[in-house]
Every structure is written in structure tokens, then in C-alpha cells.
Design a protein around this ligand. Structure first.
Ligand SMILES: C[S@@+](CC[C@H](N)C(=O)[O-])C[C@H]1O[C@@H](n2cnc3c(N)ncnc32)[C@H](O)[C@@H]1O
Length: 229
């Protein structure tokens, strides 16, 4: 795979140059060895199951996710459309222009749209903007060295009181990532300073091969309030 530098400008940058000064306050060399665009162009996308993550579908059946929602690393957009079907205004964000084109090729499900861009270079205008961020196979896709920057990005764009719902792929079978595995302890140490954990559970449904390897977590920005599960 080709080297891919995430700090390169996307071909359709988010917003104007002037609001891209939101780059990380302590910039790191954002190198991702995976060329995600090349993967989509080659059709080498084994993560594309053709439908939304079962744990998201299950959560939506009993808990509303409404307001402004961001799905980072949205890929083909199945999760975006599931959220939009339930009434959220959803932004799907992906580094790959081909992923964005693929997502846009599906019939609209509701108030969803897609933007090509880098999670690590979000416009400052996105700060405190989102009621929810939904994570599914973006955290495990980025190099583990970038996880602290991932947490900073999510913490910045959530509104105070906003929620982060994540399906973490803890224990992938691949010997070398992506997907990169993680532990509950690592996730807690990364997110705890920024968000408060409300609930966690092992989802009852998962894509084939991921059963028992995922954990769902619901986090909140700014203090703990018990969720109405
Ligand atoms: C394993 S795929 C999962 C896609 C989607 N969540 C799904 O389950 O079908 C990871 C996705 O994250 C995107 N991605 C990787 N790094 C990113 C970044 N820094 N900013 C935005 N998207 C990124 C990739 O292009 C890819 O579509």
C-alpha cells in the first residue's frame, strides 16, 4: 500500500482555508500507512458488509439518536443512513473521495450528507457542534499512535452534554492491523479525561466473525447523567 499522509489537503476541503486553522494545537506528524482511497478504488473493502452495524440498529430500536450527528470514517455510509432513517441530521465524514462517492450513490434515507475530510483537520466551525458522534470501525482503523488525537477531535466537536456512542472492535483476528485491537483499560484511559462513561455493554448482535469481539460504550461530554436505557 502507498504511504498516505493525513495532513495532505483533501481534494474537496471542508470549509475555507481560513477556518482550517483548527489543526491540532500540538500538531503531530499524521502519517497513516494505509492508502484508504486506493483501497476503495481497488474494491478492497472487506469492512463493507452492505448494511448498518447490528449494534447500532439494536441501539436505535430502543434509544433515540437525534439532532446533529457525526459519523467519522463513514465509508459506504450504511450507519449514516440508519441514523438518518431514525430522524437525525447526519454528517458522514471520510478521508476517501471514492468512499464519499459510494455513500452518495445510495438513495437518501433522510437528512444525511457526506463530506470528504480528515478527522484530524476539522474546521474550527465544527467545535461544540454535534449532539452525537457515532463511532464504528474508525478508531480501530487509524494507527494506534493517533488515538489521543482522535479523542481530542471528538471532545472538541461534541456540544457540552453531547454523546459519543461507540462500537469498539476490541479484539480483531488479524495479526496486524488495521483493524487494530484495543482494551477497555486503554479506551478508558484515553477518553476518561475528556468524557464521562455512562454505560457499556457487549452487543447481542455483530457482523459475522466479530461476535464477542466488540464492546459498546456510551460517553457524555461534561459530567455523568444516567442514560434512559
Ligand atoms: C475500516 S473502514 C470503516 C468504514 C465504515 N465505518 C464501515 O464500517 O463500513 C475505516 C474508514 O475510515 C476512513 N478513515 C481513515 N482515516 C480517516 C481520517 N483520518 N479521517 C476520516 N476518515 C478516515 C477510511 O477511509 C475508511 O472509510
Amino acid at each position: 500500500m502507498n504511504a498516505n499522509t493525513n495532513s495532505a489537503s483533501p481534494s474537496e476541503p471542508l470549509g475555507s482555508d481560513s477556518n482550517l486553522d483548527s489543526k491540532l494545537s500540538n500538531p503531530v506528524e499524521l502519517i497513516d500507512p494505509v492508502d484508504w482511497e486506493a483501497r476503495y478504488q481497488a474494491g478492497d473493502t472487506p469492512w463493507n458488509e452492505g448494511y448498518a452495524a447490528p449494534a447500532l440498529t439494536e441501539f436505535l430500536s430502543r434509544h433515540p439518536i437525534l439532532g446533529e450527528v457525526l459519523v467519522p470514517g463513514s465509508g459506504p455510509g450504511h450507519d449514516v443512513r440508519a441514523l438518518a432513517t431514525h430522524g437525525a441530521r447526519v454528517t458522514g465524514l471520510d478521508l476517501s473521495s471514492s468512499a464519499i462517492a459510494l455513500a452518495r450513490s445510495y438513495p437518501p434515507a433522510g437528512s444525511e450528507h457526506y463530506e470528504q475530510g480528515n478527522l484530524f483537520e476539522l474546521p474550527r466551525t465544527w467545535n461544540d457542534r454535534f449532539d452525537w458522534v457515532f463511532e464504528h470501525t474508525c478508531f480501530c482503523a487509524i494507527p494506534p499512535a493517533l488515538r489521543a488525537e482522535y479523542v481530542k477531535a471528538i471532545g472538541a466537536i461534541l456540544k457540552p452534554g453531547g454523546h459519543f456512542f461507540a462500537i469498539f472492535y476490541l479484539n480483531p483476528s488479524a495479526l496486524s492491523g488495521p483493524p487494530h485491537g484495543s482494551t477497555r483499560e486503554e479506551i478508558a484511559s484515553l477518553f476518561d479525561p475528556c468524557l464521562g462513561l455512562m454505560e457499556e455493554w457487549v452487543p447481542s448482535g455483530a457482523f459475522e466473525g466479530r461476535e464477542g469481539r466488540e464492546i459498546c460504550q456510551l460517553w457524555r461530554k461534561g459530567g455523568l447523567v444516567k442514560s434512559p436505557r
